[in-house]
Design a binder for this molecule. Structure first.
Ligand SMILES: [Zn+2]
Ligand SMILES: [Zn+2]
Ligand SMILES: [Zn+2]
Length: 173
């Protein structure tokens, strides 16, 4: 009887920033690219090794493989009713792009984005999304699922190669 009461109490506790984020499972996943642009896939791997990854301004020029141009505007709906909203960073957005053969398919910039979180944590390839839908998807990951970004000294999402923690379970670019 008493255990039932404890279970009921636990289930009603909301997710807080003190709760550990979901465990990271990339070490057990396959190195195959599920559908990201080849350069985006490569960039995500490069950002995990010392000295790897592009320099900041390269994220704002067209992808040399698919001509993708990364936007930097965050939809207002992403931040709605969420004062402590987190910025997934332009680097992470760039790494998430999917090559689109139809320029207008992804909207203004032809931008289509896949989800690294679903892929790295659950080995689940979600259908690529236009930015508006991608941010809605990210909002759910950060606000509801309990994922957290790993922040650097300046408070922004940092690259995995700059994270000192081994097997850090947070989200990096
Ligand atoms: Zn590309
Ligand atoms: Zn996802
Ligand atoms: Zn980290």
């Amino acid at each position: 009887m008493s255990t039932k009461i404890i279970e009921a109490d636990l289930s009603s506790v909301p997710v807080t920033t003190e709760d550990p984020p979901p465990p990271y499972k990339i070490e057990t996943s396959s190195p195959d690219n599920p559908g990201f642009c080849e350069y985006a896939f490569r960039e995500r791997q490069a950002n995990s090794v010392p000295g790897g990854g592009m320099i900041g301004r390269q994220y704002f020029s067209p992808c040399k493989s698919c001509s993708f141009l990364c936007g930097n505007e965050i939809p207002a709906s992403y931040k709605r009713n969420w004062p402590e909203w987190v910025d997934p960073s332009v680097n992470f957005r760039w790494e998430s792009h999917v090559a689109s053969t139809e320029p207008m398919l992804g909207g203004l910039h032809g931008e289509l984005l896949g989800c690294w979180i679903c892929w790295e944590y659950d080995q689940n390839w979600v259908k690529p999304m236009v930015p508006q839908d991608w941010y809605e998807h990210m909002r759910h990951h950060f606000k509801v699922d309990g994922y957290r970004i790993c922040k650097g000294k300046k408070g922004a999402m940092q690259r995995r190669r700059n994270c000192g923690a081994r097997h850090c379970p947070k989200i990096h670019s």
